[in-house]
Design a protein around this ligand. Structure first.
Ligand code: PLP
Ligand code: ZN
Length: 417
């Protein structure tokens, strides 16, 4: 193997096994690669010649020898976003669109794909997770395809589409009357006693590596260049630190020119333990009780929170948070300007980006990428009441002309015509 688990703090090596915490110092484990061996064999040309999915970066993922691709996740579009840029007071703006990541329309498909590859090789016949919704969908779908049994633990109040989008795959769903943080604590206890592969508990170091592919793709799609800034939504804080790790690895392997990238974090004000810490200058997380529409980001005690704070600060970036009203407006703004329908987490990213431009923390001329991580069809409930459904009209020209006149007189849009 050219990779192994090492403790993030004391550096102790733990080989490869389903484990996420160092027994010596109780810090999280991280996958470490033999970069010396990879430098040379891994070239831009070799990567670019491969199929357009996340497995084109296989050497930089923890994949067992017997791994065979069955879920071609990732390689989502990086869209120029000129109309959104104009509305935010920006110039060079891109949207990394994981609203269309396959198979379940969020970036969680990437992390689950790597976790299940390892679950298999560790001999688990059952996989599980605690989830704020998208992870549930991804585990349920990919477990079905891999022929694994799945147990999915969620807070009971998730969006209906995310609940249904788990049940349809035949997964065992456990709805908990409590917050995500309570669900997650229960899962840690279950993982201690049962031979199940919890993708975000005992398989977490492998799982989280899948997030790096967002960073690899951004760089490749910019023509093997790093952006000046990225804006990333944060729940547990894993995606944001792994995008940074991806950029660092590309530099290490000389696949891109070294360059500082400012990392910006985005949260909902109703659950903002990481952005609150960044703004107040502390390096510790004060857990919160979530109260926000953005349920995919509603983690009050983020497990990678301190590392997210460090990453943001060391990069010269910042963190912001937005209200529920701003989240909904931002979902509408992205849809109306760029034709991308994102879920609440994407509204958080766009809303926070708007603030960061206003505050002058992101310079309009710099190249900035917004990470849109999930699909709007999963959270249509938050738009309830925002669009009237008109009485139908008769199929007659006169009725249409009347309707047109009335509509034009009252039309409202976030984008000026
Ligand atoms: C899980 C999730 C995130 C954040 O992921 P973390 O790695 O836990 O910070 C962002 N967006 C969406 C849509 C998610 O489902
Ligand atoms: Zn340790």
């Amino acid at each position: 193997m050219s990779y192994e688990l090492r403790c993030r703090e004391c550096g102790k090596s733990w080989g490869n096994q389903p484990r996420n915490i160092c027994d010596d110092c109780f810090s999280p484990l991280e996958v470490h690669y033999d970069y010396e061996a990879l430098c040379g064999p891994v070239t831009r040309e070799r990567i670019s010649a491969r199929a357009p999915n996340m497995w084109r970066y296989a050497e930089l993922l923890p994949l067992p020898h017997n791994f065979r691709v069955s879920v071609p996740a990732g390689f989502t579009p990086l869209l120029p976003a000129p109309a959104l840029a104009k509305s935010l007071g920006a110039k060079t703006l891109f949207v990394k669109n994981d609203a269309v990541c396959l198979p379940t329309l969020s970036f969680k498909d990437r992390v689950v794909a790597v976790a299940l590859a390892n679950a298999r090789s560790f001999g688990f016949d059952t996989v599980a997770c605690s989830s704020t919704g998208n992870l549930a969908n991804a585990v349920a779908a990919q477990a079905a395809r891999a022929g694994l049994k799945a147990w999915i633990f969620i807070p009971a109040d998730l969006e209906p589409a995310k609940v249904l989008g788990t049940q349809v795959f035949g997964a065992n769903l456990v709805r908990i009357a409590g917050s995500y943080d309570q669900v997650n604590r229960l899962c840690s206890q279950i993982a201690d006693g049962r031979p199940w592969g919890f993708v975000n508990v005992n398989l977490r170091p492998y799982y989280s590596e899948g997030s790096k592919t967002v960073g690899f793709e951004i760089a490749e799609q910019l023509g093997w260049r790093l952006p000046d800034n990225v804006v990333v939504p944060m729940a547990g804080g894993s995606l944001i630190i792994k995008i940074k790790k991806a950029f660092d690895e590309l530099i290490k392997l000389r696949l891109v020119e070294p360059k500082p990238v400012k990392i910006f974090g985005a949260q909902a004000s109703g659950c903002s333990p990481i952005s609150t810490a960044v703004k107040s200058g502390t390096s510790e997380i004060e857990p919160q009780k979530p109260a926000t529409l953005a349920r995919s980001l509603a983690i009050g005690n983020p497990s990678d929170g301190v590392y997210a704070i460090k990453t943001i600060r060391a990069s010269g970036g910042w963190a912001e948070d937005v209200s529920d009203a701003e989240i909904v407006m931002s979902i509408q703004l992205l849809a109306e300007t760029e034709g991308v329908f994102t879920e609440t987490a994407g509204g958080v990213t766009v809303g926070c980006a708007r603030k960061l431009y206003q505050e002058g923390r992101i310079h309009p001329d710099e190249t900035t990428v917004l990470c849109i991580t999930g699909n709007g069809l999963k959270t249509t409930d938050v738009l309830g009441g925002h669009y009237q459904s008109e009485e139908p009209i008769k199929a007659r020209m006169a009725d249409f002309e009347g309707f047109l006149e009335k509509t034009l007189a009252t039309s409202k849009s976030l984008v000026e015509a």
